[in-house]
Ligand binder design. Structure first.
Ligand code: ADP
Ligand code: ZN
Ligand code: ZN
Length: 741
């Protein structure tokens, strides 16, 4: 007997299977999906792989499988999905399989696992870059130590006992690493899974209003009849979408099936999860989320695998949860860009959900107040069934939105970040003891630093990006790679001390607010203040529970939170997202502004929104002011059609990156020529540098194909890149990428 094995390693271009003989002793236990250890190439150590096929014999099988690893096996569905993804997303099958494996690298010692009782946590003590240097310079040689350090990079602050189990290591190795100064062990109080709250009051289902009822019946019919259909549940925030989800899930559970609910990572808060717990009880819910520790993730994963949990709530990768008997997939806030992965494999969870829903003959429900233009287009063309909720279920009114033209402010001599109007409204709101949210989509203090005498601007040494000034640490930081340096006191080019700071970020806004309203309590939320686990949540709870006056933040403040006492929202600069070099710039602006506006006046209190902008006549800003999605959609879809942007075609970006610029250019040309050779008529734009040509010391070139992605195009690209030999340079193909930079 011979098995076909996929090698589960990072070796490039390993999208083929390898044949191995099965020794007689394994003949009874081997089957498709088993995890096996096999000799591979010239390596002395064994490689891990998965059996994806079985056959009688093969002339290529020269080696034996060495052992079968018990504990976990892939299903045939997993294997099919991984194969499909590898081709569709131009990556290795093993990269896709990784998404389906249980958290942690081994399942061997799991039974002995101490459940979060031990109090020792392990942290990296050095920057990972320094560690990588030490590995390169052979200061660290032990494979076992390197494995632990790499594992810690993604799981910093893990319980020591969990580190031993999940990275398959021993206490001795950890001790050595501690002695050599790479890690430190700190005793801390154990946090319990923040998503599972023991004391949630049970809720009963509500009587649906007419619109909800229609939506519910249409979808429920598909649940009852085991049929695939894709639905768009389009309704403003508060129109009762979640209540519809809850009642659909109830039906699914009654049928003995289970549900997946995908939520944007940032909206996946304990309050959000509590609504599901309140209806169905805690035991039925599993939460999958990147902020959970590997141990917590493992527990959740097991609850799903062992069929204890029937409702899986998670960010995009929860679509790979080990779930059978699926009855429905729900994707909330379906327009959110986090459903598209920006790392290999660059999959889109919406597309995969559609595939999985079809396979399982179940409905797929997309919910949004501001649907993705492509989704709404499909709904208009009847590829997706449109269900509308037009009224707010609890009858709260939409907030009043006002636009302030910043050009007028400048003309009247107001150079501050706040217009007179916004200033007055904040003042009034403070007096009324109501809360305010101020939104600015840029962090740091000043966005760039320039010498007034010679024009020198401070740039990152690793990236083609200007550095942002951070006042608290008095440092200049790169927002792409994390590089930082001391602030300039004199210009390194001409020694002038005439340094000027341009642009504003949240730090500067906070400083200005504290100066203008010294009596107000403020709190800031952006990547710089959100670091520790939960801290995002802590900041919001702090703001809400202590009734602080003003929350200042980036995009993070926009998503799905509920603040009953917030009656004023100020958008400091609505223009920043308009200048992105991206066909979705206006769509993002509209979505962000509509969502920010939705934060004001969510209960009985009337809300007010002030949008400051230099482009008051901009179409997306006008539509956001009117909270008018339909008008926005109609304008935008015509533009997309004219310019040939999605949904009328796909933007396929083939990116080449590497440390050696010459090699990057050579490989770019090779890919280009290969594609031209296979099909000379494809609309492909010649290789050129990416808008940001260097990031983290890697040069980035790319070519763009603007065409509708189909099987033929997928094949052409796969063939064109398959044969190219790569050392340090990488080829990354991304279809409609989240960022065009
Ligand atoms: P969405 O998910 O669209 O933002 P929710 O489902 O959260 O909307 O509903 C908003 C509010 O209205 C919630 O407080 C919810 O309990 C309430 N609600 C939803 N449906 C109904 C209904 N049929 N009758 C009364 N209240 C409802
Ligand atoms: Zn200078
Ligand atoms: Zn950088």
């Amino acid at each position: 007997m011979v098995v076909e094995v996929i090698i589960n390693s990072n070796v490039k271009n390993l999208n083929k299977t390898f044949d191995y003989n099965v020794p007689a002793e394994f003949a009874g236990t081997i089957c498709v999906g088993k995890r096996v250890m096999v000799p591979f190439g010239r390596n002395k150590s064994l490689e891990e792989g998965f059996v994806v096929g079985i056959k009688e014999s093969s002339e290529f099988a020269t080696k034996n499988i060495e052992r079968i690893e018990e504990g976990f096996e892939l299903t045939q569905d997993n294997i099919n999905l991984a194969k499909l993804m590898a081709r569709r997303y131009f990556c290795n099958i093993s990269d896709c399989i990784k998404l389906m494996l249980p958290p942690g690298t081994t399942t061997k010692k799991i039974e002995n696992r101490v459940k979060e009782k031990n109090m020792n946590f392990v942290f990296l003590k050095k920057d990972f870059e320094d560690i990588e240097n030490d590995i390169e310079n052979k200061k660290i040689k032990s494979e076992k130590q390197i494995r632990v350090l790499k594992f810690l990079k993604d799981n910093d602050g893990i319980l020591k006992t969990d580190l031993e189990i999940f990275s398959d290591t021993s206490s001795n190795i950890i001790k050595t690493l501690e002695k050599n100064g790479y890690i430190e062990i700190i005793e801390k109080a154990v946090e319990r899974n923040p998503f599972i709250n023991k004391n949630v009051l049970k809720t009963e289902k509500l009587k649906l209003n007419q619109e909800q009822e229609i939506a519910f019946n249409m979808i429920n019919e598909k649940i009852e009849n085991n049929q695939f259909e894709e639905f768009l549940l389009y309704g403003v925030t508060g129109s009762g979408k979640t209540e519809v989800y809850l009642q659909l899930i109830e039906k699914v559970l009654i049928k003995g099936k289970r549900a997946i609910v995908l939520v944007p990572e940032i909206s996946l808060t304990p309050q959000m999860v509590d609504r599901f717990i309140a209806r169905f009880g805690q035991e039925k819910i599993a939460v999958l989320h990147s902020k959970l520790s590997v141990g917590e993730r493992y527990d959740q994963w097991q609850n799903i695998k062992q069929k204890k949990a029937s409702i899986i709530i998670g960010a995009r990768s929860a679509i790979f949860a080990p779930i059978e008997d699926l009855g429905i997939i729900i994707i909330d806030e379906e327009h959110d860009s986090s459903y598209k992965s920006d790392m290999t494999p660059r999959y889109n969870a919406k597309d995969l959900s559609r595939y999985i829903a079809k396979q399982n003959n179940i409905p797929l429900v997309l919910g949004s107040a501001t649907p993705d233009i492509t989704t709404y287009y499909k709904a208009q063309n009847c590829d997706i069934t449109l269900l509308e909720l037009n009224k707010r279920a609890n009858n709260a009114n939409l907030p009043e939105v006002e636009i302030v033209d910043l050009r007028d402010e400048l003309a009247s001599g107001n150079k501050s970040m706040l217009s007179k109007k916004l200033y007055t409204e904040i003042e009034k709101n403070l007096e009324a003891k109501k809360q305010t949210i101020l939104f600015l989509n840029r962090r740091g203090y000043s966005t760039f630093v320039i010498c007034r005498d010679c024009g020198y601007t401070a740039k990152c040494k690793n990236c083609d990006i200007t550095l942002t000034y951070h006042i608290r640490e008095n440092k200049l930081k790169c927002h792409y790679c994390g590089f930082e340096q001391n602030n300039l006191s004199v210009c390194p080019e001409c020694n002038s001390s005439n340094i000027r700071y341009f642009g504003t970020g949240t730090q500067k806004l906070e400083a200005e607010i504290n100066k203008l309203f010294p009596q107000a309590t403020t709190i800031r939320m952006d990547i710089d203040t959100v670091t520790k686990k939960n801290s995002h949540e802590e900041i919001l709870n702090h703001f809400k529970n202590e009734n602080l006056d003003i929350l200042i933040g980036t995009q993070m403040v926009v998503k799905g939170h509920h603040f009953p006492n917030v009656t004023l929202v100020g958008v400091i600069a609505a223009d920043s997202s308009l200048y992105m070099e991206d066909y979705r710039a206006t769509e993002r602006t509209f979505q962000i502004l509509t969502q920010v506006a939705g934060r004001a006046g969510r209960e009985n209190l009337p809300g007010k929104v002030i949008i400051q902008t230099y482009n008051p006549d901009n179409f997306s800003i006008e539509c956001a002011k009117a909270q008018d999605y339909d008008t926005f959609y109609n304008g935008e879809i015509n533009l997309r059609k004219e310019l040939k942007y999605p949904p009328f075609c796909d933007i396929i970006v083939i990116g080449i990156n590497g440390e050696n610029k010459q090699e990057v250019i050579e490989i770019s040309n090779k890919v280009y020529n290969n594609i031209k050779k296979i099909n000379n008529s494809l609309p492909i734009i010649k290789p050129m540098p990416s808008p940001i040509e260097k990031v983290k010391n890697r040069y980035r070139w790319r070519m763009v194909i603007k065409t509708k992605l189909n099987q033929n195009i997928i094949d052409i690209i796969n063939i064109a890149i398959e044969k190219i030999k790569l050392k340090n340079t990488r080829i990354v193909v991304d279809v409609n990428p989240t960022s065009m930079m």
